[in-house]
Design a protein around this ligand. Structure first.
Ligand SMILES: [Zn+2]
Length: 129
């Protein structure tokens, strides 16, 4: 299976979760995306995942991901990538070891595809307002 297919399948799976599908980008995050551009958001996603999820034992695991401020945080909740327990449950990534570069790349790709989708959905919904 190619990577995009894996990501699409996972996003479909997540959209069936009532809890995960309640997360959406806020209006100020849409503006933030327009201002920064996706290259910057991807860089931020790498910074956040490397800092908050990559270590074998992340600091404050389970409470390290806010539900506001940055679009990547919202995407992490929507995609089951908010803490190591959720990574285990949703993505079968083992606890108690550092994430591999492949895993970090997978998580960032998933988050970015979710962000682009949510951005587009919201822009389409508000057309003609
Ligand atoms: Zn979590």
């Amino acid at each position: 299976m190619d990577k995009l297919k894996i990501i699409n399948n996972k996003l479909n799976e997540l959209s069936n979760s009532k809890f995960r599908s309640q997360f959406h980008l806020r209006k100020y995050m849409l503006s933030f995306l327009e201002k920064k551009g996706y290259d910057t958001i991807i860089q931020h996603a790498y910074d956040i995942i490397n800092r908050n999820l990559k270590p074998a034992h992340p600091k404050n695991d389970g409470r390290q991901t806010p539900t506001k401020n940055h679009p990547v945080f919202i995407a992490q909740h929507a995609c089951g990538c908010c803490c190591r327990k959720c990574l285990k449950r949703w993505h079968n990534i083992p606890l108690n070891r550092e994430l591999t570069n492949n895993e970090v790349n997978y998580i960032v790709s998933l988050l970015i595809v979710w962000i682009i989708r949510d951005y587009k959905n919201q822009k389409n919904d508000s057309r003609g307002d």
